[in-house]
Ligand binder design. Structure first.
Ligand code: ADP
Length: 263
């Protein structure tokens, strides 16, 4: 059954998670222990003034270890999502300052907010952290600068799209489209990018959890996420979140919906 399959996939993800964390954590601890060891030797050799360098190194490693456990906690958090009606345009606008600081000055940020955007039903905090994760990835893909675009639109996913995408239900969604003009991904990388702990970044820089969190969030929200990428040209991640139909959240009737995107 679907529930059993989901359970098996979760167990597999937990297994990968444990292995990956143990590996990364060990590397970080090696850094901490190595620095402490050097500190101790310098102190007993009467060269305490050299110790500061090792203290900094130990603190840096310990901070990375702490960041790793935070991401792990966010990933495996048992607490259920807290879905609410969300105005994605407003949420993106409220993140503008944070995103600008995240991507740095060499990268331009462009926000394209659709008029008449439907409200969506999702956990706003999770959506924020998904957008932050996508922006960090975009920044990492554009070391020499470029453009990060966040675009919203209403989207109908038709039956044909749903059949091709398999996991998604046909219907009405709010789409958040995060694009960069960076390095892009090869087909092999794009196919595996949503896997927990899949990373092409050096140890200590990438955990491989960012996109798997984005994907997990989309699926748990009854939505969908998809990567479009071309090496050398850039990457687009489309996040589809279900339209909210509740009281007082009717779309403005004057605004026609945007048509279905192609998968
Ligand atoms: P991490 O960023 O820690 O490596 P992610 O799950 O966020 O983990 O991403 C997995 C991999 O997918 C990255 O290591 C990178 O190879 C690739 N990737 C993700 N986002 C982008 C992007 N915007 N451009 C190019 N490659 C990307």
């Amino acid at each position: 059954t679907e529930a059993a399959l989901r359970q098996a996939q979760k167990m597999e993800a937990v297994g990968q998670l444990t292995g990956g964390i143990a590996h990364d954590f060990n590397n970080l601890l090696t850094g901490v222990i190595g620095s402490l060891d050097l500190m101790q030797r310098r102190i007993s050799a009467g060269r305490a003034n050299e110790v500061e360098r090792f203290v900094s190194a130990a603190i840096a490693s310990a901070n990375r270890a702490a960041a790793l456990t935070h991401r792990l906690l966010a990933f495996s958090r048992r607490q259920p999502l807290d879905p609410r009606p969300v105005d994605a345009n407003r949420l993106v606008a409220s993140m503008e300052e944070l995103l600008r600081r995240t991507i740095g000055e060499s990268t331009r940020l462009e926000i394209v907010a659709a008029g008449g955007l439907w409200p969506t039903l999702c956990d706003p905090h999770q959506l924020e952290s998904a957008l932050l994760n996508l922006s960090i990835n975009a920044r990492d893909a554009m070391p020499d600068g470029g453009r990060l675009t966040i675009e919203t639109c209403n989207a109908h996913l038709d039956t044909a799209y749903a059949a091709r995408a398999r996991e998604v239900r046909p219907g009405q969604y709010v789409c958040l489209c995060v694009s960069d003009t960076g390095a892009g991904m090869s087909r092999e990388v794009a196919e595996r990018a949503f896997e927990p702990f899949f990373t092409t970044k050096p140890i200590g820089q990438g955990t491989g959890l960012g996109l798997s969190m984005v994907y997990g969030f989309a699926r748990q929200s009854d939505g969908y996420a998809k990567i479009y990428s071309e090496p050398g040209r850039g990457t687009t991640v489309k996040l589809y979140l279900p339209r909210f139909y509740g009281e007082g959240a009717e779309p403005e009737p004057s605004q026609p919906a945007v048509d279905a995107p192609h998968p």
